[in-house]
Design a protein around this ligand. Structure first.
Ligand code: HEM
Length: 422
């Protein structure tokens, strides 16, 4: 039934103008369908069998991408109901809850997808590190990734303020005060973002513009570059690529572009890759991608149905909660800032970001590429794991073990949040 509908549509003038190639039946058509489609040609017509294995990537990059798409879709819908003004923003949240059909689920989906995206982009970065995927020729794509990670944090942080409740207001107040600790430019930067010295009307409109226009557009462009580079850097990192590229065929660039006929014959052996190691993107990769997309939507939907996004009292600039906490992904930083504003708020994050960007240019040995936790990279693995563990421990302490006046508190003891005592 579906097949005949599709065939009828494809046979029409309109159908042929949109879909240049029909459902493929031969290898030539399988190659054509990937090459001639805007969305599919981000991937090569053929991929190495290894990239299909779940353990190669754990699907983390794709899940990050799908979460971003879910965020764009739900975000556009939310924009219909949201006015970025302090007089309306909070009421809009209430309307979503009580007036708009499925408004609460929509808001919940956006919220959970945002939290999950921060988490999954972070996990994807760890997977790229632990499989040494940042080594040549993928150094630049790693750097693009680091910028994407920072952008993901920026997207989530700017969105945090929009509900204009106590949680939003004070999380952003705390978060932006951390930025203010940077020497010389800190206060100026803070003023630029807030449009004043405190979070208010000007901050709300600035955050809104950053959240719905500037950062999403920049992220779309950068994600496109990122995915394009995955393809042009020779697909996903593989242990045997070192042998293929360096020893077998040192003169062949990584980014050999296969001819259509070459692909149709199933021959890519020109770069030392055995034809039986490769499969067509259509349907092998596309099928898995669609499946993972549906699974991601399903998980976000289930979370959204069962757990509501928080909404506290309307923002009150004279009644800070005690403790006032930044969003969870900055709580490790807030914990450090509690010890030393300068070291915790400026030096440590500055050094970490610089080290992440510089990593592929420092650690250039091609050892362990495409191998999880390769024993040949003991030093790099140890340093990264220690930093990661500290970051996680600090975040957990900041999230669960800090009470009023940032005093140490056990999470299983009754929580006592003081209002207005600052
Ligand atoms: C919006 C955020 C991001 C999206 C949507 C994204 C998406 C992807 C996708 C779909 C892939 C293909 C393979 C896979 O699924 O793992 C990939 C590969 C890659 N990503 Fe990302 N990524 C993001 C952020 C990052 C970050 C933060 C880093 C590291 C700092 C990074 C570094 C890499 C590297 C090095 C590869 C190549 C992996 C390989 O060859 O095995 N990406 N990315």
């Amino acid at each position: 039934m579906l097949n005949s509908l599709w065939n009828t549509f494809r046979g029409t003038r309109v159908g042929r103008s949109i879909f240049r190639v029909g459902l493929p039946h031969s290898n030539l058509e399988r190659a054509q369908v990937a090459i001639s489609s805007f969305f599919l040609h981000f991937q090569p017509a053929k991929v190495n069998r290894r990239s299909l294995k779940f353990r190669t990537t754990l699907g983390l990059g794709l899940i990050s991408l799908y979460l971003f798409l879910i965020l764009v879709a739900t975000g556009v819908l939310l924009m219909f109901y949201y006015v970025p003004a302090t007089d309306y923003a909070y009421q809009n949240m209430k309307d979503l809850e009580f007036v708009v059909t499925a408004g609460q689920v929509l808001r919940n989906m956006h919220r959970w997808a945002a939290h999950l995206m921060v988490l999954f982009v972070g996990l994807h970065m760890c997977r790229a590190f632990y499989t040494a995927a940042y080594k040549p020729p993928r150094e630049f794509n790693w750097v693009v990734g680091v910028v994407l990670f920072l952008m993901t944090l920026g997207l989530s942080f700017t969105g945090y303020l929009l509900p204009w409740d106590q949680l939003a207001y004070w999380a952003i107040t705390v978060g932006t005060s951390i930025a203010g600790y940077a020497p010389l430019i800190g206060q100026k930067l803070k003023f630029l973002f807030l449009g004043g010295h405190v979070v208010g009307e000007s901050a709300l409109i600035r955050f809104y513009v950053l959240h719905v226009i500037v950062l999403p557009l920049a992220a779309v462009m950068l994600i496109a570059v990122h995915l394009w580079r995955v393809r042009k850097d020779g697909g996903l990192a593989r242990p045997d690529e070192v042998r293929t590229l360096q020893e077998d065929m040192p003169q062949v660039p990584v980014t050999k572009t296969y001819g259509l006929m070459e692909l149709a014959r199933g021959s890519t052996s020109a770069v030392g890759i055995k034809p039986e190691d490769e499969v067509f993107t259509w349907p092998n990769v596309v099928f898995r991608e669609v499946l993972l997309f549906m699974a991601t939507i399903a998980v976000v939907l289930v979370l959204a149905i069962f757990w509501n996004a928080p909404l506290e009292q309307i923002a009150n600039p004279v009644h800070p909660p005690n403790p006032a906490k930044a969003p969870w992904y900055f709580l490790g930083l807030q914990e450090l800032v509690a010890y030393s504003a300068f070291w915790g708020g400026v030096v440590v994050p500055g050094v970490l970001v610089t080290a992440l960007i510089a990593l592929p240019y420092i650690d250039r040995q091609r050892r362990g590429v495409g191998v999880w936790f390769s024993g040949e990279r003991k030093v790099a693995l140890t340093i990264f794991t220690v930093c990661l563990t500290i970051a996680v421990v600090l975040t957990v302490i900041g999230t669960a073990f800090r009470g009023p006046n940032w005093s140490f508190q056990l999470p299983w003891k009754p929580v006592h949040v003081e209002e207005g005592s600052h």
